[in-house]
Write a protein that binds this ligand. Structure first.
Ligand code: SAM
Length: 211
């Protein structure tokens, strides 16, 4: 059975997508969960043994496994592509995002769920030409997750807090924001440049509490 996280991520892929790229795929479960409804699925990881293992597995014929570094692979994207970037830290996620956006076409869908340093991703997205489609924050198997769904849209300038104000109140209550505030309260004492993230999470929490 798929975990709540993998189901949530794969369910977010819009039905009109023709290709899905499960980047940093490891086990490949996210991409594989889309294979019965999407024409072509690409499982991409930079570790050769992971790709060899996937190739040796009995996977559907519309699923292709590829050994590549997602942060500099030339994707030759098409408007109805969906890129899933999940289970990696915020720093790598932004490098991969930058690679996609550098060649990205209007209409490309991106599903993002870093497992740490979420704030690096929010900072990167600020004023980028992307439109926020949805946001989800949830708890699964002892961990908090954030999932952001975006499309490339050159008429937009992304505004993280504005986007979150719309979506955050719809999320189930958990202690994620409190944990982030505790973390950045401590971190900003030693690294003053981290204070902005304390303010960022405090702003999210106080907005949420205003309801
Ligand atoms: C923790 S797994 C995440 C698996 C899956 N995406 C998920 O969310 O469950 C991280 C994977 O990222 C891969 N990886 C790390 N850097 C990468 C890069 N630059 N390009 C492609 N794969 C990368 C690692 O080899 C590893 O298999």
């Amino acid at each position: 059975m798929l975990s709540k996280r993998i189901k949530k991520l794969s369910d977010l892929v819009s039905p009109d997508r023709l290709r899905v790229f499960d980047l940093c795929c490891d086990h490949g479960k996210i991409g594989l969960a889309c294979a019965d409804r999407i024409a072509e699925v690409f499982l991409i990881d930079q570790v050769p043994t992971i790709i060899e293992k996937l190739k040796a597995t009995d996977i559907p014929c519309n699923v292709h496994s590829l050994c590549a570094d997602a942060s500099n692979y030339q994707f030759e994207s098409k408007p109805r592509d969906c890129f899933i970037i999940a289970g990696i830290g915020g720093h790598l996620a932004t490098k991969i995002l930058a690679n996609i956006l550098a060649t990205g076409l209007e209409g490309i869908e991106i599903i993002l769920s870093p497992h740490s340093h979420h704030e690096v991703v929010w900072e990167y997205l600020e004023r980028k030409s992307v439109k926020g489609i949805s946001f989800d924050r949830f708890f699964d198997q002892g961990k908090n997750y954030e999932v952001i769904k975006l499309t490339v849209d050159y008429t937009k300038n992304f505004d993280s807090l504005k986007f979150l104000k719309k979506w955050e109140p719809l999320q189930t209550e958990d202690d994620f924001l409190y944990k982030q505030i505790d973390y950045f309260t401590l971190k900003s004492k030693y690294e003053p440049d981290q204070y902005k993230w304390l303010s960022f999470y405090q702003a999210r929490l106080s907005y949420l509490k205003s309801f």
